[in-house]
Structures are given as structure tokens and as C-alpha cells.
Design a protein around this ligand. Structure first.
Ligand code: GBH
Length: 461
């Protein structure tokens, strides 16, 4: 084997891409400058009671002005690639119509800074910040939003297609649809199965339409990022097995399978129809949705064990028709998010995805963990738990590669501590610590570990 062993004893395929990821609303701040319009996350985060301590992304980590320093941090880490998202309402403040050049100019500056540092930009068009003006017309429940998204994709591609090689349409449409319109935990904060089911289909349609638009303009490295939570039944009782099947359907198969095969999973179609929330499929949609892709982004954090109940749990469910499903508390240590730690499930997941979408190269577009990080007396941030999580998940990923999964890159979530959506600033996912009072950045021990892995993957130990 000619591949070098890294500091951590891991072996990666030649050309393996090492990166880190962020998202616009979580880091940029500067919400009222350069003509930016409001997004559903501005509205949601400013609605009392929706987010932890009322935290908003108004300031975040001021990446909008501090991006040169942040790119320098990436260079220090030795990153090959940086995954970020474009804020739709910066580019099209009303969601459609007038283009705001100052918004596009920010991303031009960022991309040029990255290219100057030798870091490949990986651009995501939509990481949850829908222009409020489109939500006012129904948001993702309205089929027209899919067409507006494709127009927006064309605008951004026209501006940046010459210098951004890697494009992704959506980040985690499961969250945009089910957390936003069913669970109500994310913007726009609705709890309606019919709306959620419509959002699912229109997000997928928007993905397909945007893919067509960018393909016609010459894009040759197009993908989408999906999030996966492996679901296991608590026991082999029929009720538990059926609960796991239902959640697995909506969490892990409802987006991947139509993209990969051109058909929704039959059991998911039936579950949604039985719940009175049928998918609003029109003729030809599945053909658009299954337009060929060049890569699939996989986000993985933890696995889940579920039980089927004989009576409704009384809790508002995240998934459609899942009133009689209960999530079990994870066993063993948990992160500050309350999430368990299961690298073995990551290996199995990658093998499973490879089976559902054979021939589609995979990139881990997010993986990471939140811990109670603090700057200690020595001025350093010691985060042994994150170091451990990172190394164990990298090892789990290389195991899947050795077993045949075509995984070509890994992006740590996240480069920086940032606005963790409804959980606010209390959750720190960064490789780099941010003191929110001063905006001072301090690379954590895990940043050093990751830099060692990256360097030694190229040069040997
Ligand atoms: C990602 O979301 C986001 O892309 C990113 O912006 C965020 O900061 C990061 O992760 C950390 O949270 O199946 O009922 O157990 C991940 C959010 C977490 C949403 C797992 C779905 C599973 C719900 N996902 N969750 S359930």
C-alpha cells in the first residue's frame, strides 16, 4: 500500500479532500448591511420563545467582515477545501426579481480569498435561510418556491461559476421540511403535516430544477447534502420494528431514494398518505428530481433507537404520522447537544448509502460534536472529547472506505464556534473557539489534531 499512514494511524485514499464547513446565517452576522433582505431565520430568531435565550444570528461571529482572518485560520489548519453557504436574501433580497450586487460581491471576495490561499471553495446554495418574502407567499409549501430557487441558482452560478468548482443545491432538506414545518423547532416554526409533506416534495423539486439550470450553464461537480440518523428498533417487537421503519423512511430514505432512483420509497408514500399528508407529486417531477449528480454530501452526527407505543406519546412528533413513536435516551456519554456517540453506526451508514446510490462518490459534508469548551489559564482550549470524537469518526469512515464505500472527502463541522440555530450560542461545534464578547478566535486542541492528520495524510508521519 503506497498510501501514507497519518499521525493517528489512519490511511486515506490518494487525493482525499480534507475540509471544514459553516453556513451563512450561523457565522456571517451583518444582517442589515449591503441591501440584505430578511430571511425566515431573522423572523424566527426574533420571535420570543423560539430560540435558546432569544439568541439570534444578528452578530454571530462577524464572518462578513472577519473572513480574511478566518481564511487564514483555514490555511493554518492545512485545509484543502472549505464548505460554506450563500445567503439567498443577500443576493435576492425579495427572494426573486432585483439582484443585489453587493451581496454577490461579498461571496466574490470570499472565494478570491480562498483561491488565493489554495483552498477549494465548496458552495451550498441553501442552508435554511429562505427569504422572508417567499415565506410570506407560502414558502416551501408553495410549488412556485422551487422555481424561484432554480432562478436563484442561476443568478449565483452566473456570478461565481467561473471560480467555484464544487456546487451543492440544498443542505439537509429533511431539516428544512420536517423541523421547519412539522416539528416547529426551526424556521418558519410551523407544525402541520400537510405543509411538511408539501415542503419535502418542493425542496426536492427545487433541487432538481436548480441542478438542470446549473448543468445547462456547464457545472460539472454538482451535488446535494443530506443528513442521516441511523434508526434501530429497541426490540424486535413488530411495533418497535415498524416505528424504526417509519422514521428511517422519512429521515434516511425519503430524499436519497428519489434522487438516486427516480421513485419515492413506497412505504413512505403510504405513511404520508395515511397521515392525510400525501406528497404533491405532478407528472414528470421524479424525472427532474433524479437528474444525475456528481457527488452526494453525507452529514452524520449520531444514531437513534426507537420504540413503537400502543398510545400516542403526547409529544408533538418530528416525523409525519409518528405520534406513537418514542425516541430512547442514548446510552453512554453524550455531547452538550444530548447526542450519543456511535462511530460504528457511521461505518454501517456509509456502506448502506453506497448500496442505495452505487456509483455516486460520497463526501462527508458534516460531522462533529459540541462540548463545553473554555479558554483555560494557559490561553489554550483543551477539548479532549472532540479530539476523541474526530479521530474515532475518521477511523470509522476509513473502515467504510476499506470495505468499499467510495468516500472521497471529509468536512469537519464546524470551522468556528457559531450560532447553533434554535440552540443558540450555548452549543460549541468549532475546531476554533470564538469568544463572543471579543470575537477573538483560538484554535482548540482538536484543530491541532486535525492539522496533524491532514499534514501526515499527505507527507506521512
Ligand atoms: C446540521 O444539522 C446542520 O447542517 C448544521 O447547520 C448544524 O449546525 C449542525 O448539524 C449541528 O447541529 O431523527 O428525530 O433524532 C443537523 C441537525 C440533527 C437534525 C439530528 C435532525 C435528528 C432528529 N440534525 N436530527 S431525529
Amino acid at each position: 500500500d503506497v498510501r501514507p499512514q497519518t499521525a493517528a494511524g489512519l490511511t486515506f485514499p490518494p487525493g482525499f479532500v480534507f475540509g471544514a464547513a459553516t453556513a451563512a446565517y450561523q457565522i456571517e452576522g451583518a444582517v442589515d448591511v449591503d441591501g440584505r433582505g430578511p430571511s425566515i431565520w431573522d423572523t424566527f430568531s426574533h420571535t420570543p420563545g423560539k430560540t435558546f435565550q432569544g439568541d439570534t444570528g444578528d452578530v454571530a461571529v462577524e464572518h462578513y467582515v472577519r473572513y480574511p482572518q478566518d481564511v487564514a485560520l483555514m490555511k493554518d489548519l492545512g485545509l484543502d477545501a472549505y464548505r460554506f453557504s450563500v445567503s439567498w436574501p443577500r443576493v435576492l433580497p425579495a427572494g426573486a426579481g432585483a439582484i443585489e450586487q453587493r451581496g454577490l460581491d461579498f461571496y466574490r471576495r470570499l472565494v478570491d480569498e480562498l483561491l488565493g490561499a489554495g483552498i477549494a471553495p465548496w458552495l451550498t446554495l441553501y442552508h435554511w435561510d429562505l427569504p422572508q418574502a417567499l415565506q410570506d407567499q407560502g414558502g416551501w409549501t408553495d410549488r412556485d418556491t422551487a422555481y424561484r430557487f432554480a432562478e436563484y441558482a442561476g443568478v449565483v452560478y452566473d456570478a461565481l461559476g467561473d471560480r467555484v468548482p464544487h456546487w451543492s443545491t440544498l443542505n439537509e432538506p429533511m431539516c428544512s421540511s420536517l423541523l421547519g414545518y412539522m416539528a416547529g423547532q426551526h424556521a418558519p416554526g410551523h407544525q402541520d403535516p400537510v405543509e411538511a409533506s408539501r415542503a419535502v416534495h418542493h425542496l426536492l423539486l427545487g433541487h432538481g430544477l436548480a441542478t438542470q439550470v446549473m448543468r445547462d450553464k456547464g457545472a460539472d461537480h454538482l451535488g446535494i447534502t443530506l443528513n442521516f440518523t441511523p434508526m434501530s428498533p429497541a426490540t424486535d417487537s413488530p411495533a418497535d420494528v415498524d416505528a424504526a421503519r417509519r422514521l428511517d423512511g422519512q429521515q434516511n430514505r425519503m430524499f436519497l431514494v428519489p434522487i438516486a432512483t427516480g421513485e419515492y420509497p413506497a412505504d413512505v408514500v403510504a405513511d404520508l398518505a395515511d397521515a392525510g399528508a400525501p406528497l404533491p407529486i405532478e407528472d414528470g417531477d421524479l424525472e427532474v428530481i433524479s437528474a444525475p449528480l456528481d457527488w452526494l454530501g453525507v452529514n452524520y452526527y449520531f444514531e437513534s433507537t426507537v420504540r413503537g407505543l400502543s398510545e400516542p406519546s403526547g409529544k408533538h412528533p418530528t416525523f409525519i404520522g409518528a405520534e406513537r413513536v418514542q425516541d430512547l435516551e442514548p446510552e453512554g456519554p453524550t455531547t452538550t447537544m444530548g447526542w450519543g456517540i456511535s462511530p460504528e453506526a457511521f461505518t454501517a451508514l456509509l456502506t448502506r448509502i453506497s448500496g442505495i446510490a452505487p456509483g455516486l462518490p460520497l463526501f462527508i459534508t458534516e460531522n462533529g460534536s459540541a462540548w463545553p469548551d473554555e479558554v483555560s489559564a494557559d490561553g489554550q482550549v483543551h477539548d479532549p472529547e472532540r479530539v476523541d470524537y474526530l479521530l474515532r469518526h475518521l477511523a470509522a469512515m476509513t473502515e467504510a472506505i476499506d470495505a468499499g464505500a467510495d468516500v472521497r472527502g471529509y468536512f469537519a463541522w464546524s470551522l468556528l464556534d457559531n450560532y447553533e440555530w434554535a440552540r443558540g450560542y450555548a452549543q460549541r461545534f468549532g475546531l476554533v473557539h470564538v469568544d463572543y464578547a471579543t470575537q477573538v478566535r483560538t484554535p482548540k486542541d482538536s484543530a491541532g489534531t486535525y492539522a496533524d492528520v491532514i499534514r501526515s495524510a499527505k507527507d506521512g508521519v
